[in-house]
Design a protein around this ligand. Structure first.
Ligand code: PLP
Length: 369
């Protein structure tokens, strides 16, 4: 089986993990946390990084820190992971959706302005798969209407938009370090901001809202969203290699595209959009309507050939959990609905060998013949 994802852990990971064990620093009090936060902030061009236990709770903390709550609206893409909408719904606010682009699958920024009401507080952008959202357009809309920007950068560590690091936009941004992301800590996430008060609020939410003056007395309810020193040890080792990892992903994407560009019946990822070159978080393809089976069928055929794949996101407006809450009923976003059914991604983890790409592409060609 060629797995859909396998991380590369052959740098300083073992060395730093051994240091944790040798020194006994395994909890969130260990020294690697601060070092990882500072190095990540430097890489992303932010003043503060707050390491947390995963990318989903990073979004929860970001929404809470911004004070978004009951009755507020946040505009976001329907084509994304559930964590984005869940964070908004959990505080009693309402996610207001826009469709995605047919070519890079990022939120269609032309649909944002029509969705703004006097309850709109923020725009949540999510950079999808390997190319960033059209940030210049989002920033212009946010400035014009006095809205905040939350940037979910979980899929694009090390990417640049118009020369500026992804994760450096808006009031607050979030990363995930799940094993299929560009750098991993096993499970993990980080919130990034330039605003000291927001950073302090996130640190407090991460650690049960303890107050420094008197422990075990609480004025707010927080969470245990803490990252461990063990995770930060992995993160530091991974971060040292981020540029190298991006180069590996780009070479992988280029090889896939060169081998698949003549195959009829599939749409390949764009090599670039206006402001960025693809970093291929995953190598994603969409079946043309002329192909007689959908993504589920294709993934089954590829599994029979021992090729691991994953489906695209399933849109937020088609999620049973949100229908149950009375959200998004009768809403339709045709581009997202189509790519959710026709799209999937091929093995594209960092440990994938170039020879495996040949095997995968032969299999893709065979099932489409
Ligand atoms: C992976 C991912 C997350 C969630 O991260 P976890 O660490 O798995 O909780 C959030 N947003 C996007 C866009 C992601 O791809």
């Amino acid at each position: 089986m060629i797995p859909v994802n396998e991380p590369l852990l052959n740098g300083n990971e073992k060395k730093y993990l051994n240091q944790c064990i040798d020194t006994g620093w395994i909890s969130s009090e260990g020294p690697f946390i601060k070092e990882f936060e500072e190095k990540m902030a430097a890489k992303v061009g932010r003043k503060f990084g707050i390491a947390v236990s995963n990318g989903s709770v990073a979004i929860d903390a970001a929404i809470l820190a911004l004070g978004i709550g009951e009755g507020d609206e946040v505009i976001m893409p329907t084509f994304t992971i559930v964590s984005c909408a869940a964070a908004i719904v959990r505080v009693g606010a309402k996610p207001v959706l826009v469709d995605c682009n047919p070519d890079d699958w990022n939120m269609n920024v032309d649909e944002i302005e029509a969705k703004i009401t006097d309850r709109t507080k923020a725009i949540m952008v999510v950079h999808i798969y390997g190319l960033p959202v059209n940030m210049n357009a989002v920033i212009a809309i946010a400035e014009k209407h006095g809205l905040k920007i939350i940037e979910d950068a979980a899929e694009q560590h090390g990417q640049l938009y118009d020369g500026k690091p992804i994760g450096s936009f808006g009031e607050i941004s979030t990363f995930s370090f799940y094993p299929n992301k560009h750098i991993t800590t096993g499970e993990g996430g980080m919130i990034m901001t330039d605003d000291e008060a927001l950073a302090e609020k996130c640190r407090s939410l991460r650690n049960l809202c303890f107050i420094p003056a008197k422990r075990f007395i609480h004025y707010d309810l927080g969470f245990n969203f803490r990252m461990t020193n063990l995770q930060a040890a992995l993160g530091l080792a991974q971060l040292e290699r981020l540029d190298e990892f991006i180069a590996i992903k780009r070479a992988m994407g280029k090889k896939y595209t060169s081998l698949l560009k003549d195959v009829k019946g599939i749409q390949l990822p764009l090599e670039k959009n206006n402001e960025a070159e693809n970093i291929y978080w995953v190598y994603a393809i969409v079946l043309d309507d002329t192909v007689g089976f959908d993504a589920e069928g294709a993934m089954k055929k590829l599994a029979e050939k021992k090729i691991g794949t994953r489906p695209f996101f399933w849109p937020m407006h088609e999620q049973p959990v949100f229908h149950k809450m009375g959200l998004f009923k009768n809403e339709t976003y045709p581009v997202s609905e189509r790519v959710a059914r026709r799209g999937f991604y091929l093995p594209s983890g960092l440990a994938l060998r170039p020879d495996d790409i040949d095997v995968v592409c032969d299999a893709v060609r065979a099932i489409l013949k």
